[in-house]
Design a protein around this ligand. Structure first.
Ligand SMILES: C[S@@+](CC[C@H](N)C(=O)[O-])C[C@H]1O[C@@H](n2cnc3c(N)ncnc32)[C@H](O)[C@@H]1O
Length: 250
């Protein structure tokens, strides 16, 4: 896969431009609420039939395969794991290449004939630039069979309006998460979150949304909200948080 070409002769890179992938892979599960989010996603997927009948699933922004490796534990799940970044795809091949079909491609453009029963992203939906949000939502719908579900595990900012408030919302969310990671003594993930804050402030690769913005992009594509669960923090409603959403294609 290391010689795989994408967009002409360019080995396309995204997350590997601004995050050390080996460190990310080693520590990301210590991100506050990550494990609880994965538990919730696993429960939801079981409820949608994963593990009890043959289903196809499209995981985009698969990164280094942390969430994809969870999917491989479900029996009879045909997994397409897609990422834009060639370096991530190399790691995906190493981590889940035997159990998943690794695809280097763009989540906004990927198309599977016949569609998937399920689509999923974990900490990846907000790596798609704001201006491509509606196109991503439309492409998720296009890739789902009628009645299929999209599960999104990700980070949601407190409500903001305009660029100054967006920056403030990023400081509030990441400030909270960095402090929690530090107090949990997960120093490496705190460092990754500082880099993610910088990447969001300078719009390098993090395009976190507030709930209304995310939900309006999804509903504009005709996807129907079935469930929204806040994973954490439980007792703060001013910093955003880690959420799991479930949408259904009509
Ligand atoms: C934070 S990582 C995802 C982490 C991973 N899902 C996990 O479970 O740990 C976000 C990923 O989205 C990928 N990405 C960014 N833009 C993309 C696009 N347009 N299409 C597909 N993947 C994209 C990045 O390369 C990166 O690997």
């Amino acid at each position: 896969l290391s010689e795989r070409e994408f967009k002409g002769n360019v080995r396309h890179l995204e997350m590997s431009r601004y995050i050390d992938l080996d460190i990310y892979h080693a520590v990301e599960k210590t991100h506050p609420y990550y494990v609880e989010m994965i538990d919730k996603i696993n429960d939801l997927l079981s409820g949608l039939g994963a593990g009890s009948k043959p289903l196809s699933i499209w995981g985009f922004g698969a990164g280094t395969g942390l969430a994809t490796s969870e999917l491989t534990k479900f029996a009879s799940l045909a997994i397409d794991a897609l990422d834009l970044d060639a370096e991530c795809c190399d790691i995906l091949m190493r981590e889940v290449g035997n159990e998943a079909n690794v695809i280097q491609g763009d989540a906004v453009k990927h198309q599977k004939e016949g569609g998937y029963d399920l689509a999923i992203s974990v900490f990846a939906h907000d790596h798609i630039p704001y201006e491509l949000g509606p196109a991503l939502a439309r492409n998720i719908r296009r890739n789902l069979k009628s009645g299929g579900h999209y599960v999104m595990g990700g980070e949601i900012l407190p409500r903001y309006c305009g660029e100054d408030e967006r920056r403030e919302a990023l400081y509030r969310y990441h400030g909270f998460i960095v402090e929690k990671a530090l107090r949990d003594e997960h120093f490496e993930v705190a460092q990754i979150e500082i880099n993610a804050l910088k990447s969001g402030l300078y719009s390098i690769g993090d395009f976190k949304r507030h709930a209304e913005l995310f939900e309006s992009e999804m509903s504009s594509a005709g996807l129907v909200l079935k469930e929204r669960a806040k994973i954490g923090p439980e007792h703060r409603d001013d910093v955003g948080g880690v959420y799991v959403y479930v949408y259904q294609a009509p």
